[in-house]
Design a protein around this ligand. Structure first.
Ligand SMILES: Nc1ncnc2c1ncn2[C@@H]1O[C@H](COP(=O)(O)OP(=O)(O)OP(=O)(O)O)[C@@H](O)[C@H]1O
Ligand SMILES: [Mg+2]
Ligand SMILES: [Zn+2]
Length: 454
């Protein structure tokens, strides 16, 4: 069979050239040429005779709606991130660092869908049938309707999927499959785009829910073109620290629900276990009387999460430069907070090594945790614990002022639910029906007096 003709298209300027080159001959951009299937527009148009067209514009109001056609999945933490259940015909991209648990999660999901709804095809280009079987045994994912296919040729994959007629299809990973029409190797931009396009056509035409696993590059993007993220209906990231057991499944794009929702899981021997009450788990081992520990309330999507921030200050070895280490918060943010504590509160931190750690391996991106981080540092420096039962919520400005954060009430309600009785924030508040009282403070200086009061 003759290969389809391909051209190399510059992603910067759109120029086409017959051969690949490191630099675009037209606009001189480096590494911008991507192999693409050639489809002359004239031939495409001529192929559809007038009068026999398959598509026609229709009034929006005439389109039939089906509200209850989502596939329910017996995994509430995943359903939450997807905005309900799984939409048939949708394409979901799941990214994450190597070894974080992507294959584990998807094999579990595939198994649940197989049990509840019908045949599910799990395609693996990375593992053998034996490896998949071993994992299936370990996870208890051995539904009789769960089919596996160790294969990387996308044409074969789609043939098998056509034959099997599954309700869902998992491709592990999109970087390992290829179409033979393109010369570029699997994982190249051209292959990723073409494979995703064909999977999308298949999924939409057959109403199959398709999950694509993608590897993540050092920079944190799913390896391959951004265009991949544009093509799919939802993009989820599985994240967490390699040496901690908690995993966050975070939605960064979702055409069928709100984005930025998170699901919380814990990696165990038998796979990913849902954590329905993460705050209680994160705070489970906290010692309230230990200096350097503070509780913050962050918002992950619509869900408030309580987390313990720990800080340790220790005199820098004579003549050395002070070390600053941040685990779970941004290092630049830590430097900023140390600057504010030094300059505005006059804490002598210039000769202190400072380590900050978020317990449980969570990563906090929200400035709402600023106050907690600052108080944890001050608490360690003074060797005085934060007053028991206290949560700290607030963004710290460069002037040492405390700024209010979004959805304070929601955060406080969660703190109250977990038994906290006192909050320190930029504005006063009460949670109806609960014992929690919030004191408003205007600055870090003022917060210090309130938080470390014994
Ligand atoms: N026998 C085992 N017992 C308990 N946990 C295991 C076992 N084997 C693997 N794991 C856990 O599963 C994780 C690997 O999960 P998985 O293979 O699903 O990750 P992945 O994201 O698909 O990785 P990759 O990018 O390599 O495909 C390991 O890091 C480990 O935590
Ligand atoms: Mg894997
Ligand atoms: Zn160009």
């Amino acid at each position: 069979m003759a290969r389809a003709r391909t051209v190399h298209v510059c992603q910067q300027c759109g120029a086409q050239s017959p051969r690949w080159a490191g630099r675009c001959p037209s606009c001189a951009a480096w590494n911008s040429l991507v192999e693409t299937l050639e489809t002359p527009p004239a031939r495409q148009r001529a192929a559809v005779p007038a009068g026999a067209r398959a598509v026609a514009a229709q009034p929006l109001v005439a389109v039939a709606t089906r509200h209850d056609d989502r596939l329910a999945v017996d995994m509430p933490e995943l359903a939450r991130v997807l905005g309900g259940g799984i939409v048939p015909g949708s394409l979901v991209l799941i990214g994450g660092d190597p070894g974080i648990g992507k294959s584990t999660l998807l094999l579990q999901v595939a198994n649940l869908l197989a049990r509840q709804h019908g045949a599910v095809l799990y395609v693996s280009g990375e593992e053998s049938a034996q490896q998949l079987r071993l994992r299936g045994e370990r996870l208890g994912a051995l539904s009789e309707r769960l089919y596996i296919l160790p294969e990387t040729d996308l044409a074969t994959v789609l043939d098998e999927a056509e034959r099997l007629g599954p309700v869902a299809l998992v491709v592990d990973s999109i970087q390992t499959v290829y179409v033979s029409d393109l010369e570029s190797s699997a994982g190249s931009v051209g292959q990723l785009r073409e494979c995703t396009l064909r999977l999308m056509q298949f999924a939409k035409a057959r109403g199959v829910a398709a999950f694509l696993i993608g590897h993540v590059t050092k920079e944190g993007a799913i390896a391959g073109p951004r265009v991949l993220e544009h093509m799919v209906d939802a993009v989820l990231y599985l994240e967490g620290e390699r040496f901690h057991s908690y995993r966050l499944l975070r939605g960064v794009k979702n055409r069928f629900g709100s984005t930025n929702e998170v699901g919380v899981f814990e990696m165990a021997d038998a796979g990913l276990r849902e954590v329905p009450n993460p705050s209680a788990v994160f705070l489970g081992e906290r010692d309230e009387s230990a200096p350097g520990s503070a509780v913050v309330v962050t918002l992950e999507g619509t869900r408030p999460l309580l987390d313990e921030v720990q800080a340790l200050t220790a005199a820098t070895a004579f003549g050395g430069l002070p070390r600053r280490t941040a685990n779970g918060i941004d290092l630049n943010r830590l430097h900023m907070l140390i600057g504010v504590l030094s300059k505005r509160v006059r804490l002598p931190l210039g000769n202190q090594d400072i380590y900050v750690n978020v317990v449980g391996g969570m990563r906090i991106g929200e400035p709402a945790a600023d106050l907690g981080v600052a108080m944890a540092i001050a608490s360690s420096l003074h060797d005085k614990p934060v007053a028991p039962g206290t949560v700290l919520v607030g963004e710290v400005g460069l002037g040492g002022e405390l700024r209010s954060v979004s959805q304070l009430d929601r955060r406080l309600a969660e703190a109250a639910r977990l038994g906290f009785t006192r909050g320190i924030a930029a504005r006063a508040a009460r949670v109806p029906g609960r014992r929690l009282r919030v004191e408003s403070v205007a600055s870090v200086q003022e917060a210090l007096g309130a938080a470390l009061r014994s």
